[in-house]
Design a binder for this molecule. Structure first.
Ligand code: TV1
Ligand code: CA
Ligand code: ZN
Length: 397
């Protein structure tokens, strides 16, 4: 008896509601939802929409968000506006708003914004569950710092946790991988007491010149979740702390080595990959020196495991490079190669021109655009890998 062969290639679905891009955190705030407009335009200009299924998902409901978040927190989020907010009120600070940095401002349409990006992640997870796609993409999600009862680091609702919870309804084990330059603390914390989710984050870790820790200040190699042997979640968090200026070869090597070992050992039924683009060279907040193709290598590598895959966005503070990276990674998913020269009929073409290294191209040289001295030595990285592989032994029970 011959089985019916699945056609070559993957079915890829793209989940995006354009209403997200009209929200503003404030003019000086580094998080710019319009980077999603740029991303979508680039994807359309290269014709990638013909290689995948496009979905315009509805907003997530209050009840859907309440599967992870506290209702009191959601009530606050739903009703707070720039007009009625009171920075003096205790709940304002308790829920992660205000503070010196004002990382999480209250802006018009905040509730719509959070329910739109969360709706897209839930919809993407759902299309993996019902077998409609092998790879589902939501570039508007990936807000990995949000806690169940507090906003943190530009993140108000944790769409990743919600999507993973949804995947867990039909998958025994989900692996979460995070290549944003920041530590994926919110996702790690949410699943610290279960062995059904393993979290793996690569990030900058350490102090800056003024002795301030790089946000959020957690994620050292020895932080691997609870170590109490009675806790089911023991050893199910793996953190890879990296230093300023890491280059393409170092990053792809450590990513391959550690991620390969984790997949082999944990054998997940589904994978969620957060593709924060602030790990690129020249990012306004990041400290790494990665090029677009090295970042995209992580997607290629994960795709090669042939497990249901949810790709989500995250950070990324130099909008033109965010758009380039996520367009490239969309192409990786559908097995397309893109011309380096940008399509001439691209709206917003201007946004991609007039750069020192690489105006008008998809793959500019981003290495050293901000010249972060590479503080990662061969020896330090070898030690991190050695320690990471040792940490994996906790999974043996
Ligand atoms: C308003 C206006 C807010 C300008 C915030 C950079 C701003 C930052 C701003 C900023 C900024 C952070 C901290 C310090 C915690 C504070 C999406 C002890 C020019 C996923 C979140 C980084 C990263 C938060 C989010 C960080 C993500 N850096 N200008 N704020 N306090 N906050 O360091 O992981 O990418 O910078
Ligand atoms: Ca990370
Ligand atoms: Zn980040």
């Amino acid at each position: 008896v011959y089985g019916i062969e699945k056609p070559q290639g993957y079915s890829v679905s793209f989940h995006y509601n354009p209403l997200v891009e009209y929200h503003h955190f404030g003019s000086s705030h580094p998080m710019k939802p319009w980077r999603l407009t740029l991303t979508k335009q680039l994807i359309l200009a290269y014709g990638l929409e013909y290689a995948m299924e496009l979905h315009e998902p509805r907003s997530a409901s209050f009840e859907e968000l309440a599967i992870f978040h506290d209702r009191e927190y959601l009530d606050f989020l739903k009703h707070i506006t720039p007009q009625n907010m009171d920075p003096e009120k205790e709940e304002y600070l308790n829920f992660g708003f205000g503070g010196e940095s004002n990382d999480c401002p209250v802006f018009d349409g905040l509730w719509d914004y959070v329910s739109l990006y969360s709706g897209a992640s839930l919809h993407a997870a759902n299309s993996l569950l019902n077998g409609q796609s092998d790879i589902a993409i939501n570039w508007s999600g990936g807000l990995h710092h949000a806690k169940k009862n507090a906003a943190s680091g530009f993140c108000y609702v944790n769409d990743i946790v919600l999507a993973i919870q949804h995947l867990l309804t039909q998958n025994q084990r989900v692996l979460y991988i995070d290549i944003d330059v920041h530590h994926g603390d919110g996702v790690e914390q949410a699943f610290e007491s279960t062995d059904r989710v393993m979290t793996l984050s690569y990030h900058k870790y350490g102090m800056d010149r003024n002795n301030y820790p790089f946000f959020p200040g957690t994620g050292n190699i020895n932080e691997m979740g609870p170590t109490d042997p009675s806790n089911r979640g023991k050893g199910h968090s793996l953190n890879i702390p990296l230093d300023d200026g890491i280059d393409d070869d170092q990053y792809t090597w450590i990513f391959k080595t550690v991620t390969g070992a984790v997949v082999a050992k944990y054998n997940p039924n589904a994978i969620v990959l957060q593709c924060g683009a602030d790990s690129l060279g020249g990012d306004r907040l990041g400290k790494f020196n990665l090029n677009i193709k090295a970042h995209g290598f992580c997607v290629e590598f994960i795709k090669s495991f042939n497990r249901p895959l949810l790709l989500i966005g995250g950070g990324g503070y130099t909008p033109r490079n965010v758009a380039r990276t996520w367009c490239h990674e969309t192409a990786v998913c559908v097995d397309a190669q893109l011309h380096n020269h940008l399509p001439t009929h691209l709206p917003y073409l201007q946004a991609f021109q007039g750069e020192e290294n690489g105006g008008g191209v998809l793959y500019p040289d981003l290495h050293n655009t901000k010249r972060h001295e590479n503080a990662n030595t061969r020896q330090k990285l070898d030690n991190i890998v050695k320690q990471a592989l040792e940490n994996l032994r906790y999974l043996d029970g």
